[in-house]
Design a protein around this ligand. Structure first.
Ligand code: NAG
Ligand code: NAG
Ligand code: NAG
Ligand code: NAG
Ligand code: NAG
Ligand code: NAG
Length: 271
């Protein structure tokens, strides 16, 4: 029992010492993130090297946008700050991160697959940016994900089928991107008691199809269009041939009349 006292003493006082509150992983994470982001309007106050090495003190954060828990960053919320640049893959060094919200900025580049190493991540909100590329299927490895909100970006490719394996997912929104292909049934038609996602989660993607959106639009002409063209051209050829017959009749009638006239004139004696 007595042997534990120094450790307990250490733990109790540690929170007050700046040395204890710095975490090398969080420092690497923040340093790389601030390098990859562009902040043209200087909205990121106190995002400096000296703060990165000492961002958290117990539950106190010295970094606006960051929330701390036991000396580690567990929430990053940098929304509507006109941020540009890209999301650093080194964000994965913030290993205690549970919530990442970078929504409503002007971020470009792709969603780093390295986010898969954030095994505690529950909330991922990157909506309303200019993120391109594909949705990394590796996000499936963040087993605690509750929220994936990627709406209003420029994401391409298909929705990874594996994301349907995230059983805790209660919010999923990829609307208004450039996604294509079938909506995986594991997301569009979830089984059992899993929360369902309706069309509003998927709409605004030109080439995305399948329930809860309409089925695939066949390339080129639809069956209805082909039938329509068939009927239309049939009718048109009928009209044309009918007109042709009429003209032919008229012409022959005229010719016959002429011939008749000719015959008559032949019969008529010349005076
Ligand atoms: C900025 O960071 C320093 C050093 O970590 C800290 O002492 C200060 O309180 C912070 N300021 C704000 C506004 O968070
Ligand atoms: C975003 O920020 C701008 C100005 O910085 C503000 O006018 C606007 O209301 C904010 N939008 C939201 C949704 O917070
Ligand atoms: C930090 O993140 C990078 C990119 O994901 C990775 O290569 C590196 O191993 C990480 N460092 C640590 C200490 O985990
Ligand atoms: C993600 O962020 C946007 C904008 O900040 C917000 O409107 C939206 O509700 C968030 N998504 C979720 C699922 O909370
Ligand atoms: C949804 O799934 C159920 C059973 O899992 C199936 O019977 C049904 O046909 C599916 N609906 C669609 C539109 O795919
Ligand atoms: C679709 O789901 C969203 C929440 O995910 C809800 O706000 C909305 O009312 C639903 N729309 C329809 C038509 O059910």
């Amino acid at each position: 029992m007595a042997g534990c006292t120094p450790i307990l003493f250490f733990l109790l006082t540690c929170a007050g010492l700046p040395l204890c509150s710095s975490d090398p992983n969080d420092e690497a994470c923040l340093t790389h993130l601030s390098q990859s982001l562009k902040d043209p309007y200087k909205n990121l106050q106190n995002w400096t090297k000296s703060t990165f090495s000492n961002a958290c003190n117990g539950f106190t954060s010295y970094l606006p946008g960051a929330t701390c828990n036991n000396g580690r960053i567990y929430k990053l919320s940098l929304t509507n700050l006109s941020l540009q640049g890209s999301i650093s893959p080194y964000l994965s060094n913030c290993t205690n991160l549970q919530s990442l919200d970078l929504s409503s900025n002007a971020l470009t580049g792709s969603i780093p697959a390295d986010l898969q190493y954030l095994v505690n991540l529950a909330v991922l909100n990157l909506s309303a940016n200019r993120l391109a590329g594909e949705i990394p299927p590796q996000l499936t490895l963040c087993a605690y994900l509750n929220v994936i909100d990627l709406h209003d970006n420029l994401l391409t490719g298909q929705i990874p089928q594996q994301l349907g394996l995230l059983v805790r997912l209660s919010a999923f929104d990829v609307s208004n991107n450039k996604l294509s292909g079938p909506i995986p049934a594991s997301l569009g038609n979830r089984s059992g008691n899993l929360p369902k996602f309706n069309a509003s989660s998927f709409e605004g993607n030109k080439d995305l199809y399948g329930y809860p959106l309409p089925p695939m639009k066949s390339k080129g002409l639809s069956v209805l269009a082909i039938v329509g063209i068939g009927l239309g051209s049939g009718f048109a050829s009928l009209v044309i041939s009918f007109t042709g017959v009429c003209i032919w009749l008229k012409v022959t009638e005229h010719k016959m009349a002429l011939d008749q006239e000719g015959k008559i004139s032949q019969l008529m004696p010349d005076y």
